[in-house]
Ligand binder design. Structure first.
Ligand SMILES: Nc1ncnc2c1ncn2[C@@H]1O[C@H](COP(=O)(O)OP(=O)(O)OP(=O)(O)O)[C@@H](O)[C@H]1O
Ligand SMILES: [Mg+2]
Length: 288
């Protein structure tokens, strides 16, 4: 997995719930569909949602990868710690976060940086992050090629945090051209107009993702990226455009044809892994 240099897209925000995970997943799926070797890394170490949103279960996590790296750097292979997401002929790798909150505290920033740097075999590495300027996040922003900085214009405290976040990124001397301002849940008749937000920031949005609650809910319920759960949604189309921008390709609308969309399966109910895990925990306790 070493050798080439990967493009690292950091999906970051300074407000919780601004759509980082949904965006990271749909970017990873879109890049994989375009033929790029892609790895999605869940860096929301305590409350990561990637596995839940994709209805995946993984045996090994970032915590195991770190332990193995620290045990023996020479024999460490990142491939041994990645889960594979596959749907409709599209697949990408996922590095899950630690399973237990206690393990999240033990994650070491240098070890994570070393793990990411050993993913050179991927064309794209997409980082799903938390809304905080932590040491880990700053190290990841340093390593990234692009900062996909997400914000919402429909809620005043989010706009305030977006402004503070953007100013902080600039103060930390991240290059302006590396920061891609992405508005999520964009609506033309928002109480706060996006142009006013642009004026406040002193910069233009790189991309605006529309709101489509039904599509996102369906995607999470089915455990599938939007291209497979809501291929015709304007939000799905907007994600195609964003993938096109990050890859310098023009992607035709409605890229995924109906026949490529896998039939709905009953077993997919989003977060089923969580309920299975809860059941196992409960059974473990009963059995003592
Ligand atoms: N464009 C959109 N249209 C409608 N709903 C959306 C959109 N983007 C995200 N959502 C919804 O917003 C909620 C938060 O999304 P998501 O989990 O991706 O945010 P996040 O930034 O990762 O949150 P956190 O900071 O907690 O990790 C989810 O319930 C998702 O369904
Ligand atoms: Mg998230």
């Amino acid at each position: 997995m070493e050798g080439r240099r990967s493009i690292v897209i950091a999906v970051f925000s300074t407000s919780a719930g601004s759509g980082k995970t949904v965006t990271a997943i749909n970017l990873a799926a879109g890049l994989a569909k375009e033929g790029y070797q892609t790895c999605l890394v869940d860096l929301d170490l305590q409350f990561g949602d990637v596995m839940g949103y994709l209805d995946m279960v993984g045996d090994v996590t970032l915590a195991d990868a770190q332990a193995a790296l620290m045990r023996d750097e020479a024999s460490f292979r990142i491939e041994d710690y990645l889960a594979e997401y596959s749907c409709g002929g599209v697949s990408f790798s996922v590095l899950p976060p630690p399973k237990e909150i206690n393990d999240a505290y033990l994650v070491d920033v240098d070890a994570v940086a070393e793990i990411i740097s050993r993913m050179g075999g991927f064309n794209f590495i997409v980082l799903d992050m938390t809304a905080v300027f932590s040491t880990l996040n700053l190290a990841m922003l340093d390593m990234s090629t692009v900062i996909n900085f997400m914000g919402r214009s429909d809620f005043l405290p989010s706009v305030k945090n977006y402004k503070v976040g953007y100013d902080t990124l600039l103060r930390f001397e991240y290059e302006e051209r590396k920061i891609c301002l992405v508005e999520n849940r964009a609506e033309e008749n928002d109480l706060i107009n996006y142009r006013d937000v642009e004026r406040l920031l002193g910069a233009k949005f790189y991309h605006r993702l529309p709101v489509d609650s039904q599509a996102v809910t369906r995607s999470i319920r089915m455990g599938r990226p939007l291209m497979f759960s809501a291929p015709l949604s304007p939000l799905t189309q907007s994600y195609w455009q964003l993938v096109g921008r990050y890859t310098n390709r023009s992607i035709a609308p409605r890229q995924v044809q109906e026949q490529e969309v896998p039939a709905e399966e009953e077993k997919h109910s989003g977060f089923s892994w969580f309920f299975k895990r809860g059941k196992n925990h409960a059974e473990g306790q009963v059995k003592g």
